[in-house]
Design a protein around this ligand. Sequence first.
Ligand code: RB5
Length: 153
Amino acid sequence: MIYLGADHGGYTLKEEIKAYLTEQEIPFVDCGTDSKDSVDYAPIAQKTCLKMLADPDKASRAVLCCGTGIGISMAANKIHGIRAACCSDYFAAKYTRLHNDANVLCLGGRVVGAGLACELVDVFLHTDFEGGRHQRRIDQIAALENGEDLNRA
Ligand code: RB5
């Protein structure tokens, strides 16, 4: 399942991504917001990410949109288990899956147009994590979440 969330700055892009996912017959859950009225991005990030994390399907993903994609990615990355990547180019959207096993894609509604955004969503959803040496690095990120000292002797 794909979980979508946006503040007012990302609302229009979210709606365009919904149209794309519908066309592709990819199921999604819209976690708001539902209009262009001003709304804070951190609660939207939290609601969307917690729903994604509660989904028993570990292949579930989230796509979050705000004006820049940055604020909502910062908020999402404060949530345990979230690896959110703010992307505005194809290479980054692909490699954040291959190398970072990102589970949340963040997009800027004032940065990328709908055509590029849908390409980014597409490659993000259809690229698998490479594992191998990258798994060690993902484990280190998880250890940071748990307050572990990565530089201990
Ligand atoms: C809202 O105006 C804007 O600050 C927000 O959408 C986002 O761009 C923050 O990072």
